[in-house]
Ligand binder design. Structure first.
Ligand code: KG4
Ligand code: ZN
Length: 334
């Protein structure tokens, strides 16, 4: 039995988890930094300081909830990229410190491989040959997976991430940060056909995405309205924006399912909790008899259980990491 301690501090969640054999979660403590709300986005310097304050209490709580002591931990896994460099360094150095001090093997984890591992963790029956959409405030990637560790990135965003677009439209419409969940909620009261916003890249052959054109189109539309009209049509604008944003994701995923004969589709990242995306995706995948998996929100958004699971699997493939490894802010999925 291998008990892995996972540590995640790549953005604005301080998270520590204990996972057995990369499969069973004993604890998964996630502390979301709320201070950024007042700034309309994550402030890197503040994120680092908040991680510093939180890392020890969150670590102690993770061990306490798991009911284990550090002596029983057989592997320590921490995210080393991609992410904010100052934030990454807090978790990475904390992990290296414990590993060196206690002589416990250490493995550095690619955050994106962590999101992929979340699906293996949540669904042991997941077919190895599947497609995953990693969609968050920082990522929009469609990845073909042939078992853990074998990936091919089919496409990614050429500009903004889909979650970033959600957050910007939320801001334009006067909602708080982050605003994705609020757009999702208010869209249920709106007319999806109120306005046809551009779905530029849908016609392109590639599996890449682009959200800056859609964002600009919505911004121009909103600017053209009187304050009274805008107030009456916020839900309609949100719903029409959401339809454009989601349709591209579903369209390209379905095309890839067909081209690569994938047996299943999974989602991860904060935008994976979007209700319209789940509805459309399951409808369309059902019609072609392909299975659809979407892990619960606490495994979709940034969390340390996925880092522990990925660390355990990665350790079995590549062994321990070099203790000199540094944080890599723009780390790619190999
Ligand atoms: O994975 P995550 O927690 O953090 C990173 O960006 O790494 O994702 C956060 C993003 C934000 O952009 C947020 O607005 C978006 O996920 N989000 C949603 C929903 N819930 C969160 N976007 C659309 N619909 C939602 N229900
Ligand atoms: Zn993430």
């Amino acid at each position: 039995m291998m008990l892995t301690l996972g540590i995640e501090t790549s953005c604005d969640e301080t998270s520590v988890a204990v996972v057995i054999d990369g499969k069973e979660i004993l604890s998964n403590i996630i502390l979301s930094q709320l201070v950024h709300k007042g700034y309309g986005g994550v402030v890197p310097e503040i994120a680092s300081r908040e991680h510093l304050k939180a890392i020890i209490p969150v670590y102690e709580e993770a061990l306490r909830q798991a009911g284990v002591s550090l002596d029983e931990i057989s592997l320590i896994a921490a995210t080393y990229g991609p992410g904010l460099v100052g934030a990454l360094l807090v978790g990475l150095n904390f992990a290296k410190g414990i590993a060196a001090g206690r002589n416990i093997p250490f493995v550095a984890v690619n955050h994106l491989e962590g999101h992929i591992a979340a699906n293996f963790l949540a669904y042991p029956e997941l077919p190895p040959n599947h497609l995953t959409l990693i969609i968050s405030g920082g990522h929009t990637s469609l990845v073909l997976i042939d078992g853990f560790g074998r990936y091919r990135i089919l496409g990614q965003t050429k500009d903004d991430a889909v979650g970033e677009a959600y957050d910007k439209i939320a801001k334009i419409l006067g909602f708080g940060y982050p605003g994705g969940a609020e757009i999702d909620r208010i869209s249920k009261e709106g007319n999806r056909k109120y306005f046809k916003f551009p779905r530029g890249v849908i016609k392109e052959d590639s599996y890449n995405f682009s959200y800056s054109g859609l964002k600009t189109a919505v911004a121009f539309h909103v600017q053209s309205l009187t304050p009274e009209y805008l107030a009456q049509h916020k839900a309609d604008i949100a719903a029409s924006f959401q339809e454009a944003a989601i349709e591209v994701l579903v369209h390209k995923t379905l095309r890839a399912v067909d081209e690569f004969q994938a047996l299943a589709v999974t989602l991860s990242g904060g935008v994976a909790s979007n209700s319209r995306l789940k509805e459309l995706m399951s409808e369309r995948l059902n019609s072609v008899n392909v299975r659809f998996f979407c892990p619960p929100p606490e495994l979709c958004t940034d969390n340390a259980a996925m880092i522990a699971a990925a660390g355990c699997l990665r350790y079995q493939i590549s062994g321990p990491s070099d203790m000199n490894i540094n944080a890599v802010p723009y780390l790619k999925l190999a």
